[in-house]
Design a protein around this ligand. Structure first.
Ligand SMILES: NC(=O)c1ccc[n+]([C@@H]2O[C@H](COP(=O)([O-])OP(=O)(O)OC[C@H]3O[C@@H](n4cnc5c(N)ncnc54)[C@H](O)[C@@H]3O)[C@@H](O)[C@H]2O)c1
Length: 259
């Protein structure tokens, strides 16, 4: 049901923490993969690992700056010319500062949302122009596009999840619904997933035990998400198994938003 045979999936932000896990899952489900990211070093490390694990897979890597429209066009065209089709797009790029509300400038706010909003719009429009009926777009929203971060969960020294991020992700949910309505007549589906707490334990803030325990205790499952737990829901939304689902936000949050 979730098979991606003969489907080419472009993953923007594919070299990131959740994007990398998804790239692997796409190959495990027989898809062709185009990894697009701004970070060359992370792309090369991921590409090297994937080529060893999946020697027969069709993989392309493309440099992308989602803040730059000509970079978006080049990334989409390169992927299309290489594979001859684009059947799925996942946007796993990340735009946020680590600043508190008082210190956040207008430029900071706008720069983050050039990624979360403007870039997401431009990338979706450019990619959908190459898509055929049956294609699927999946946006990474966030539980913080649905509910606000509770400041009491953040111990001293850790900034609550910043305002420009949640505002951008809330906007991305609306963008998802708008695009679903716009592209629906072409049978191109557009959905979002809203992850809950998937802290990358390599990052410094995520070593704070009190913080991690607060995250765990805010979920119904009493644990943080493992990176590969995001894969199944996205593969489902990319595959024909979800052919009548569009305009939806699938929460993958251990129950955080259901209390
Ligand atoms: N990890 C979580 O707990 C969590 C929770 C909710 C939502 N999300 C969302 O999931 C997605 C992936 O998050 P992650 O934790 O893997 O983050 P990450 O920072 O590890 O990955 C994001 C990737 O986007 C790339 N990127 C940043 N700016 C870019 C640009 N201008 N152009 C192209 N690529 C760019 C980065 O190089 C990185 O590889 C994001 O949209 C994030 O908001 C994550």
């Amino acid at each position: 049901m979730n098979d991606l045979t003969n489907k080419t999936i472009l993953v923007a932000g594919g070299a990131g923490y959740l994007g990398s896990s998804l790239c692997k899952a796409i190959l495990s489900n027989n898809g062709n993969l185009s990894i697009a990211d701004i970070d060359d070093k992370k792309i090369n490390i991921l590409l090297g690992a994937l080529k060893i694990e999946y020697p027969d897979a069709k993989i392309l890597s493309v440099k992308l700056d989602i803040k730059n429209e000509s970079s978006i066009t080049e990334c989409v065209n390169t992927t299309y010319e290489h594979f001859g089709s684009i059947d799925g797009l996942v946007n796993a790029t990340f735009g946020a500062t680590n600043k508190n509300l008082e210190n956040l400038s207008a430029d900071d706010f706008n720069a983050a949302n050039e990624i979360n909003l403007t870039g997401s719009f431009l990338l979706s429009r450019a990619t959908s122009s190459k898509m055929k009926a049956g294609a699927s777009i999946v946006m990474f929203a966030s539980m913080y596009g649905i509910v606000s971060p509770n400041p009491s969960l953040y111990p001293d020294g850790i900034n609550p999840n910043p305002i420009e991020y949640g505002a951008g992700k809330a906007g991305l949910i609306q963008l998802t619904k708008y695009l679903a309505g716009y592209y629906g007549p072409q049978d191109i589906r557009v959905n979002a997933i809203a992850p809950g707490p998937f802290p990358n334990l390599i990052k410094d803030d995520n070593h704070n035990e009190v913080f991690i325990n607060n995250l765990k205790n805010s979920t119904m499952l009493k644990r943080i998400g493992e990176s590969n737990e995001i894969d199944g829901p996205i593969i489902f939304l990319l595959s024909n198994a979800s052919s009548y689902i569009t305009g939806q936000v699938l929460k993958v949050d251990g129950g955080w938003t259901a209390w």
